[in-house]
Design a protein around this ligand. Structure first.
Ligand code: TYD
Length: 205
């Protein structure tokens, strides 16, 4: 494949979409074709799955939830992301396999390895060239979400303790894999963007 696959990860409220937008703008200015996309969602089928996983009232059995995210991912990668990478685009994607490992794993019912294997099967092994982990403590992330007065979806409404486990899971993943760039998300957006650009520039050269 000739494109570049970049994913953004982190807890809710860490500023992933702001960074995705800044990165897209910078890449476009450098005359790269960019596909900016997200999971869950990103396709028609995916938007329907997104509605179920984020807004369904009541519990979803953990294995069913893991399969829903994996189904969304399978369709998204097969129909949008792989074709874009094959055409040489830079894909800037909000959330991917690491979200499943961190969030569904933090539910403590399924192991991180099981979830990772399920997702990898779903996408036929496609891993990102770079994963940017925006790291922020749970209390600051919560303050940002409160300030934005967003309607909380199922996962955002989870207890602070759950979000602490999600953060720890992300940091553990990042520590064991060179595809990660961990950035301190407490800084100004432009400072964070510059750090991300530095790494992307190396990959483009
Ligand atoms: P996101 O799109 O970042 O939320 P928003 O658009 O509201 O900012 O993510 C939605 C939620 O989905 C988020 O709380 C994390 C969760 N999620 C998982 O639990 N597993 C997954 O595999 C993915 C992709 C997301």
């Amino acid at each position: 494949m000739s494109g570049l696959f970049i994913t953004l990860e982190g807890g809710d409220g860490v500023g992933k979409s702001t960074q995705a937008e800044l990165l897209e703008r910078w890449l476009t200015a450098r005359e790269r074709t960019v596909l900016r996309t997200r999971e869950p969602g990103g396709t028609d089928v995916g938007e329907q799955i997104r509605e179920i996983v984020l807004h369904h009232r009541g519990d979803i059995a953990p294995r069913a939830e893991a399969l829903l995210y994996a189904a969304d991912r399978a369709h998204h990668i097969a129909t949008k992301v792989r074709p874009a990478l094959e055409a040489g685009s830079v894909v800037v994607q909000d959330r991917y396999i690491d979200s499943s490992v961190a969030y569904q794993g933090a539910g403590r019912v399924l192991s991180g390895d099981t979830i990772r294997d399920l997702s990898l099967w779903a996408v036929d092994g496609l891993l990102p060239d770079l994963t940017v982990l925006l790291d922020l403590d749970e209390a600051s992330a919560r303050q940002r979400l409160d300030a934005a007065e967003k309607r909380f979806d199922r996962l955002e409404a989870e207890k602070q303790e759950f979000h602490a486990r999600v953060r720890a899971a992300y940091l553990e993943l990042a520590a064991s894999d060179a595809r990660f760039l961990v950035v301190d998300a407490a800084r100004a957006p432009e400072e964070i963007a510059a750090e991300i650009r530095g790494r992307v520039e190396q990959l483009l050269d």
